[in-house]
Design a protein around this ligand. Structure first.
Ligand code: AMP
Ligand code: ZN
Length: 125
């Protein structure tokens, strides 16, 4: 069934508490935890508790959950103090959805990377 937990999925195991993670936000539908291999001073992953292989598949099947994932990414940024303001010293943050092997996706459970606390280049590598 769509969204059902997958026995061989690392992030489903984190949702189930079978693999430890540093969880910083948790709701009925979403969890956010620190990336084990951080690429910036703040590097948090926001995932739906339901299993979908990538963000686009999630959005097609459950648009409300995709919207919640984006809202949660914003809440993480607020909580981590990485939201840029015109008057403050914030540098802003980046939300990334690696989709497919060629784009660097390694875990096939939808997730948003929330990165901040340093400057970023454009175009991305
Ligand atoms: P992606 O490469 O976009 O699929 O992102 C997967 C992310 O999951 C990578 O940035 C990994 O560092 C991260 N990751 C892998 N295993 C764990 C884990 N056990 N706890 C937290 N983050 C993890
Ligand atoms: Zn999963």
């Amino acid at each position: 069934m769509a969204g059902e937990s997958q026995a061989d999925c690392l992030f489903c195991k984190i949702v189930a508490g079978e693999v430890p993670a540093t969880v910083i936000r948790d709701s009925e539908t979403m969890t956010a935890f620190r990336d084990i291999n951080p690429q910036a001073p703040t590097h948090v992953l926001v995932i739906p508790k339901a299993h979908y292989p990538d963000a686009a598949t999630l959005a097609a099947a459950e648009p409300q959950l995709a919207a919640e994932m984006l809202r949660e990414a914003g809440e993480v940024a607020e909580q981590e103090g990485i939201v840029a303001s015109e008057t403050g010293p914030g540098t802003g943050y980046r939300v990334v959805f690696n989709t497919g092997h060629g784009a660097g996706q390694t875990v096939f459970h939808a997730h948003a990377h929330v990165l901040g606390g340093r400057g970023f280049n454009w175009p991305p590598g």
